[in-house]
Design a protein around this ligand. Structure first.
Ligand SMILES: C[S@@+](CC[C@H](N)C(=O)[O-])C[C@H]1O[C@@H](n2cnc3c(N)ncnc32)[C@H](O)[C@@H]1O
Length: 200
């Protein structure tokens, strides 16, 4: 998949044009709100959105008080993403998330159609990167999609489910919740769930 080309020609069917409704609901309910102690500190609570695309989710998190790092392979996304996040103290990083080094760990990762977009052979590298990126006690909120897509359709997106995702994360994380996604999500044909994991 030539991701930069897909953005250049604006063929991005995965882009909902807004934050995922499940994220919006969890932010409104406070379940994915930044921890109060961290919010009150000078540096704030840090969240990472890997494979952020046009960063609708990242911006929703930033508006909710997270200091967001949005990361994507596609440097051309910078002029769209960076000014919006900078307003809330966040930033955009371009490059391969699977090999990216971060100065400090994050308290939240919001995963949305990044894991299903990478080659299945890269899943162990994803798990390794998440274990390094998330602080002990920190969380991953993973919008798992597409859960029921037939394997013979190939990918990306590759069919995933919580077992596949948890196999990639390994023992570094424990599952806290697993719920159906809520809200309408454009032309999405396949089932979605939100799983939340805590870093041991
Ligand atoms: C299916 S899109 C999802 C984008 C965004 N999460 C959304 O829901 O609109 C997958 C994104 O991951 C990015 N991507 C793919 N492989 C990547 C990698 N190894 N490191 C960073 N970004 C990557 C692509 O450029 C693309 O923006």
């Amino acid at each position: 998949m030539d991701w930069a080309e897909r953005y250049r020609i604006e063929h991005t069917p995965w882009d909902l044009g807004c934050a995922h409704p499940t994220l919006t609901a969890r932010l409104a309910s406070g379940e994915l709100a930044p921890p109060q102690a961290a919010s009150a500190s000078r540096s704030g609570a840090r969240a990472l959105v890997p494979g952020c695309g046009r960063a609708h989710d990242a911006l929703a998190l930033a508006r909710a008080g997270w200091i967001v790092t949005a990361a994507d392979l596609v440097e051309d996304l910078r002029p769209i993403v960076e000014p919006q996040l900078a307003e809330f103290g966040g930033n955009f990083v371009s490059g391969d998330v699977l090999t990216m080094q971060f100065d400090e760990p994050f308290e939240l990762v919001f995963e949305h159609t990044f894991f299903c977009a990478i080659d299945p052979q890269q899943r162990a590298a994803y798990g390794d990167r998440m274990a390094r990126a998330v602080a002990p006690g920190g969380r991953i909120a993973a919008l798992l999609f597409p859960l029921d897509r037939p394997d013979e359709r190939g990918g990306p997106p590759w069919r995933i489910d919580e077992q596949v995702y948890e196999a990639a994360l390994g023992d570094a994380f424990e599952r806290v919740t697993l719920d159906p996604a809520v809200g309408r999500t454009g032309g999405r044909e396949w089932l979605e769930r939100l799983a939340v994991y805590r870093r041991r």
